[in-house]
Design a protein around this ligand. Structure first.
Ligand code: BTN
Length: 260
């Protein structure tokens, strides 16, 4: 990977000057989501973007870790106080998946698919994961949301357990994307969310799905079962049809789905 240093001034220079994000760029941090949450609990109310070159405890869904080596990935979290309806909070992850897929595809020239609910894939390998965390107040209104996005930009070495599953944009299409440009384009694509708007994204989410019409295995708790992913509902739930024809409606929660 060529010189691809993260720079607060470069990211800021690429953003719409009318957008007043608070922006922090860290060399090393445990998790950008942790930092964003800590700021929220301290009462920060501005839209705040945390970017790091490396995470020592990057987190993924279902208590998993997210490998975050230095110099080669984009680890970014946005803290915001949502003004969208509470029932739309679950749609933030799929909306962000579409936004990130469109940005990466435009900058890299390679097709990007979405593996329900929060993974982006290029050539069948995971290049990006999204972890949205929210805290709700007594009224049921969300106090804050932390939207965390990790993109494998230039990694070329993987631990054995990830070799088959994960890849980086540079590895998969030979293009070395500027992490600063990627961060700025991503933030620009996500901006409507910070202003209380959730633009239409479901048709694009469905069109990019790598699971629809495919045989899948669903892992839930200690068990698993096979079926075919047949639809994505308007609320983002995945419909899996079992061999006998019965249907299971899956909400993100503690469910993991893999292609068979
Ligand atoms: C997943 O693959 O399950 C989600 C991974 C999300 C990783 C990003 S990197 C930036 C932010 N900080 C974290 O600790 N996690 C998210």
């Amino acid at each position: 990977m060529q010189n691809n240093t993260l720079s607060l001034s470069q990211i800021r220079g690429l953003l719409d000057p009318g957008e007043s994000f608070r922006l922090e760029v860290h060399g090393s941090i445990d998790s950008t989501n942790n930092r964003a949450k800590a700021l929220a609990l301290d009462g920060v109310s501005d839209v705040t973007v945390i970017v790091a070159d490396r995470q020592t405890a990057g987190r993924g869904r279902m208590g998993r870790s997210f490998l975050s080596p230095p110099g080669s990935g984009l680890y970014l979290s946005v803290l915001f106080r949502p003004t969208i309806a509470p029932e739309l909070i679950a749609q933030i992850t799929p909306f962000a998946a579409v936004a990130a897929a469109e940005v990466i595809e435009r900058l890299s020239g390679m097709p990007v698919g979405i593996k329900w609910v929060n993974d982006l894939q290029m050539n069948g390998k995971k290049i990006c994961g999204i972890l949205t965390e929210a805290q709700f107040g007594a009224s049921g209104q969300p106090d804050f949301v932390v939207l965390g996005i990790g993109i494998n930009v230039g990694q070329r070495e993987w631990p054995p357990e990830l070799c088959e599953l994960a890849g980086s944009i540079e590895e998969l299409c030979g293009t070395c994307l500027s992490r600063n440009l990627l961060a700025a384009e991503l933030l620009t694509a996500l901006t409507p969310l910070f202003h209380g708007t959730l633009p239409t994204f479901l048709p694009e989410y469905r069109a990019r799905s790598v699971l629809l019409e495919k045989p899948v295995t669903v892992w839930q708790g200690d068990g698993h079962y096979d079926g075919v992913a047949t639809a994505i509902e308007d609320d983002g739930a995945l419909v899996v049809t079992l061999p006998g024809g019965a249907q299971r409606i899956l909400h993100a929660g503690e469910v993991s789905v893999r292609l068979r």
